[in-house]
Design a protein around this ligand. Structure first.
Ligand code: 26M
Length: 824
């Protein structure tokens, strides 16, 4: 395909091999006599790493010299997955490496799969951040990601006797992609007290002192762009004990154990990624993580700005900071603190800089997911920040009072402080007040935040502060890497791989929709991808599935709002219908494989119950001799980025069936359609814009609309509803113990029958089943199905994260690309 530059290329496979061998023998100090796949991976990764370093250094030097406005993307999660394949693609030397590895006796696919995922995220939010880094580098934006270097990523999931078991993900024992910068450190303070005094000129000064210091050490990872020389930086902070006088005193006075304990306490801050469990709320360690990361990142950003010796008012012209959800909201009072307490600016001048610097992206309207921190906890951990938050609130409320004198309730509604017992700080409000732009992640979601959680703020600031940037995905990973044959087929028709940088070019595929040969190849590729998944299922689950069946896939985090329960109840209904049929009738039914995957937060019992039910149904259905190939049910354990790369290209149908108004965007919906699968979905999140792009005939929408949800919930509340009869039958079957001890599932069933059916499973059940019937019929007409899938792929250009990043750059950040010059 595309080749990057000449100076750092492996010109031949032999040159590549000699570098791999050199790294195995010297860098790794291993003998070639027992060179296994792990060693081949390590050698290959190190050889490519050498190429990245050169470009990375050059990019940083040139960006420093040009000193443009930079983007800083603050995200507690970056769900990067594997790096090697991406590094090979972006340096343009994968083919040489493949040939070289073959000579050494290895298959590229096997070598790539040796790498473990960098799983520093939970799901969509973290993967979005990773796609954004790829697009920022590809589009030559001078951008840095900032996060924490967790020792443990998201837990690994094992399924034991049908139950989820969590295993720690210790991922750092070999990570060639990170570079410790022991010289880049920041001391971060916690606890302590604030001393106030008036200086000679009568100015009030606040000093935050007597705190505990923890040191942040930078670890950097290169982020190469595709088809460009830009290689940006992802900086991860690791916590360690600071070595001030205090520690040495302890050490020298014989308190050796105590000193080691202090050290471990400090290191705990960056030890583990929180698996966004609602039950984890209020944990001090999580707040410590957030502040540690915000303080270190801001210190670093301010330090870089100060090198340019520009006036403070230039800060927002040099720095754009994007807050990925409310997790980094403490960066707002932290920047205000730096400007007023350390740099001596006046409050108003500082605050104007702060507001111009930050943008805030909201990713959910679910009330239980909106962050709040208790005032006493913040008071204890960050006493100076609490004062600043109160001052921000005071100024804001005075402004509101002046402008809305008649609406007395407004003040308590919009206050950053919730007057509860204990008082709580509403982080989303602080983020809105401290930013110049607030965006949602799909059109419906961006409308919803304006009419629900931020309604009053639209009145206060006007509608222009709120905007939409519909999410996107990187076509490099989610088309080219995940589905190389499809990418190659597309390139053969479009005359090269330019579409990977301008995905809208896919529209040209529409003229091949009747091309016999193209159709045949397209269909063969889908089949081959299904065969690959079927093989994996056989190996891992021991279930034989027929690749000619309709593959129906729902893979995403387990959550009631995403409604995996609706799917599995539908599967049970299908099973009961099949049981009712005669063998002759059964033969006429469209065979289907229902595939599930996803992790449940460790403390989320309902989500875990759904996993258990899926596995129980799987056991019963798959071993039922009456059923055979007509229906198979599979739960794929430990769903993650690298598994998604294999699973996504193998769907005929994927499910995106959240209660309308609850899924902010969804991004796997985009991945599935881009890879030639159709979707069944509700009118929610990005499904709506996917429909607009691909056309109503090419998507299977069902269910109630978001504007009806409130009324429906009301009906449930007043008992004015009838359980759907088909669902009633499913519940009877469960209660009779068809899937094991019914007691295990009673809370799940009761949440719908007795407790208001908050996620409206019953209300949407009939519509869901009817639509699944339509899908069975539609799939039987393979030619028409194929036309739908090809047409859809051709119309997915809008959903590239490149489009998305250009929108942020223009509407929110006001930054321009910086072209990095190469050395030939
Ligand atoms: C988890 C467990 C228990 C209770 C609440 C949650 C929870 C729900 C939503 C936590 C965080 C939530 O929102 C943050 C988030 O990850 N949002 C996702 O962001 C993606 C990228 O924008 C979107 O595509 C997803 O639709 C959105 O859910």
């Amino acid at each position: 395909a595309w080749r990057k530059y000449s100076a750092q290329e492996f010109k031949t496979k032999d040159e590549f091999d000699s570098e791999v061998v050199k790294h195995i023998e010297t860098t790794l100090a291993r003998s070639l006599f027992n060179c296994d796949e792990a060693a081949a991976y390590a050698g290959t990764a190190l050889a490519f790493r050498d190429r990245l370093i050169i470009e990375w250094n050059r990019t940083q030097q040139q960006q420093t010299a040009a000193d443009p406005k930079r983007v800083y993307y603050l995200s507690l999660e970056f769900l990067m997955g594997r790096a090697l394949d991406n590094a090979m693609l972006n340096t343009g030397m994968k083919n040489i490496a493949s040939e070289g590895l073959e000579d050494l006796g290895f298959r590229m696919e096997d070598v790539i799969s040796q790498e473990r995922d960098a799983a520093l995220g939970n799901g969509g939010l973290g993967r979005l951040a990773a796609c954004f880094l790829d697009s920022l580098a590809t589009l030559n934006y001078p951008a840095w990601g900032y996060a924490l270097r967790y020792r443990y990523g998201i837990f690994k999931q094992e399924i034991i006797d049908g139950y989820q078991v969590e295993i720690p993900d210790y991922w750092l024992d070999f990570n060639p992609w990170e570079f410790p910068r022991h010289d880049v450190t920041v001391d971060v303070q916690f606890y302590g007290n604030v001393r106030k005094y008036t200086d000679g000129s009568g100015k009030q000064i606040s000093v935050w002192e007597n705190g505990e210091i923890v040191t942040a050490v930078a670890y950097d990872a290169p982020i190469p762009g595709y088809g460009t020389k830009t290689t940006n930086n992802l900086r991860l902070w690791s916590s360690k004990a600071s070595h001030g006088e205090f520690d040495f005193t302890k050490f020298n006075s014989g308190e050796y154990e105590a000193s080691v304990a202090d050290q471990q306490r400090a290191e705990t801050i960056s030890a583990v990624l929180y698996p966004n469990d609602s039950l984890e709320r209020g944990k001090e360690l999580r707040l410590k993580q957030q502040y540690f990361w915000c303080a270190a990142s801001l210190f670093d950003i301010v330090r870089r700005f100060k090198k340019s010796r520009k006036a403070w008012k230039e800060f927002p012209n040099q720095v754009a900071i994007q807050l990925n959800d409310t997790h980094p909201t403490l960066a707002i009072p932290e920047l205000q603190r730096i400007l007023i307490d350390q740099e001596g600016l006046e409050w108003d001048e500082a605050w104007s800089i702060v507001q111009k610097t930050f943008g805030y992206t909201n990713h959910t309207v679910l009330p239980e997911a909106l962050e709040k921190w208790s005032v006493p906890l913040i008071q204890h951990l960050l006493p100076r920040h609490l004062q600043i938050i109160y001052d921000i609130n005071l100024n804001f409320l005075q402004y509101v009072e002046r402008n809305f004198p008649k609406d007395r309730d407004m003040l308590s509604r919009v206050s950053i402080i919730e007057e509860s017992q204990p008082k709580m700080v509403r982080m989303a409000y602080l983020a809105v007040i401290g930013s110049h732009k607030v965006n949602g992640v799909a059109e419906l979601h961006s409308d919803l935040i304006k009419t629900t959680i931020f309604k009053d703020f639209v009145k206060i600031y006007g509608p222009d502060k709120f905007t939409n940037v519909t999410n996107g995905i990187t076509p490099r990973r989610w088309l080219h890497q995940a589905n190389p044959r499809l990418s190659e087929l597309i390139a053969s028709k479009l005359g090269g791989y330019d579409f990977l940088r301008d995905l809208t070019q896919l529209h040209k595929l529409e003229s091949y929709v009747d091309d016999k040969e193209f159709r045949k190849e397209f269909q063969e590729i889908k089949y081959a991808n299904k065969v690959r998944l079927a093989k994996y299922i056989k190996e891992v689950n021991g279930i034989a599935v027929n690749p000619s069946s309709l593959f129906d896939i729902q893979v995403k985090r387990m959550h009631e709002y995403k409604r995996q329960q609706l799917n599995i109840f539908g599967v049970i209904h299908r099973y009961l219908e099949l049981k009712d049929m005669s063998p002759e009738e059964r033969k006429k039914v469209q065979p289907r494989v229902s595939i599930f995957g996803g992790k449940a937060a460790p403390g989320y019992w309902m989500a875990k119950t759904v996993i258990h039910l899926i596995n129980q149904v799987s056991k019963v259905v798959n071993s039922d001799k009456d059923i055979g190939d007509a229906l198979k049910v599979v739960f794929l354990e430990d769903y993650n980025v690298s598994k998604a790369e294999m699973i996504t290209p193998a769907s005929d149908i994927s499910e995106h069936i959240s209660t309308a108004g609850t899924e902010a965007s969804g991004t796997s919906n985009m991945k599935f359609v881009l890879n030639g699968g159709l979707i069944i979905g509700t009118c929610d999140g990005a499904n709506i814009e996917i429909t607009r792009e691909v056309g109503e005939d090419n998507i299977f929408l069902f269910g109630n609309l978001s504007e009806d949800v409130e009324d429906l919930r009301h009906h449930h509340f007043y008992g004015e509803f009838q359980l759907d009869p088909s669902l009633d039958r499913v519940f009877k079957t469960i209660r009779e113990g068809a899937f094991g001890d019914a007691g295990q599932f009673s809370a799940l069933v009761n949440s719908i029958v007795d407790h208001g059916d908050y996620y409206l499973v019953s209300d949407d059940f009939k519509s869901y089943l009817d639509t699944q019937k339509l899908i069975d019929e539609a799939y039987k007409n393979q030619e028409e199905w194929l036309t739908k899938t090809i047409t859809s792929v051709a119309r997915m250009g809008f959903f590239s994260s490149d489009r998305c990043i250009d929108e942020y750059a223009e509407m929110i950040w006001n930054v321009e690309p910086v072209k990095v010059q190469g050395q030939e």
